[in-house]
Design a protein around this ligand. Sequence first.
Ligand SMILES: C[S@@+](CC[C@H](N)C(=O)[O-])C[C@H]1O[C@@H](n2cnc3c(N)ncnc32)[C@H](O)[C@@H]1O
Length: 473
Amino acid sequence: MSENADDLEQTLMLAAAAADSRQYEEEQRPGSVSPEPQLTSNASTDISYYNSTKDPEEVTNKANENTTDYESSPVSKPSRTKKKLEDVKDEKPVRKHIKTDYDDSCSPHNNKLAETASDSSHAQVVATHYNLIEEKGLDERSKSRIVHMRNFHNWIKSMLINEYLTKIKDSKKQHNPPIRVHDMCCGKGGDLQKWKIGNITHLICSDIAEVSLEHCKQRYADMKRRSQNDRRGNIFSMEIVPGDAGKIRLREKYKDPSIKLDLVSCQFAFHYSFESLSQAECMMKNASECLLPGGFFIGTMPDSNEIIARAKKSSITGSFGNAVLEVSLEFDVNKPPLFGGKYNFQLDGVVNCPEFLVHFPVFVKLAKKFGLKLVKKEKFMDFFERVKNEGRQLLTNMRALESYPPNEGCTLVGDASGDYLHAEEFVQKEARDSGKIGTLSKSEWEVSSLYLTFVFEKVKSTWNADGTPCYDI
Ligand SMILES: C[S@@+](CC[C@H](N)C(=O)[O-])C[C@H]1O[C@@H](n2cnc3c(N)ncnc32)[C@H](O)[C@@H]1O
């Protein structure tokens, strides 16, 4: 493909991303771009308050759930080169056009090369950041200003994982079918308990941060020991795969590189690869290539439209935030790039590593190239609205919402004067018997509403004469 065609393709994708963003802003009007916290309204009259005087460990065990480990993102230096867009196109991969780091390292036989090559991307900064995050005990975590938001995000993951594991099991028409899963960018294994509850057979856990993987291994060992002691029987087998999913072909490191997976889950992580087309493409290939047709690729990530809309609305150029959040963009908000749209994210005073904007139309196009068809994209609030009744008990067990007014002897995590006006209004208007509701503080809600869930399904491929796969998407 010629440079002009590349330029045209890039222009078209930029136009698609800009149109998506404009449409999003239109849909937000006339209300505020930054959504008001609405978890209380029509959500949680009786649902979701919890008794925060209970021992958290007890509550957590009851729910069979760990609190999530994810520390949202984090730091860095820009390194953007002009990227070719033919790989985001519908057409079949033509190797001579894919002269990217993906082609050099995410291809077979080059894992070594990729791992030893000097790395100009931010991936190592990201890895170091996550490696340095201390493991906090439940007690410590429950004191955090954003504890409910973290629990809420964990609840979202639980519900999403459960929804698609159920679909997979139902489609197999077999009693206790084997289910094989890849938890891509698994961190310290915050989702291990979910895989156990989901009764899966085998789990591949991959991540760039080796210290996090050590924690994951330890957690798995503890979990296995506990389940043996409890005579709860065997749990799934697990293998650990360290590596940069944006640089190497993970499959080559699997115990069985021909494994067929039912589900790939990438929670709060795919956006790190949007530093460059080659990284995003390599990560997508890793997500897709071992999936069975009919298998799912699910995940959570920040919503670029929401980030851009809030930055545009902010009185401070290129940044927005609140008491617990600070996001600062390192690009012109009126001309966001397709890849390398870097922003820094600080949550609850912790400086995180750099994150990159994911324009959803670009994400979808990239997925399509690797045989993944979009099933669903939902903002966290919409997801919540859809599954809240089903997940009502788990919301309580996981302490995913804060009780308002607070229980006796408890104080609100947020600023009582400004962070709960929505809750107070709702209690006045609608709360029934107990007068208590479950909610998130406004500041926490403003973080949660930055995220979305996504689901793709792997489609069957046919093959071209030259051996390249074609997908009917
Ligand atoms: C926010 S944490 C999420 C961890 C876990 N998925 C969860 O939900 O608890 C992001 C994770 O992505 C991992 N990560 C970021 N970039 C990566 C890359 N290029 N390859 C592999 N892992 C990566 C980080 O090391 C970190 O563990």
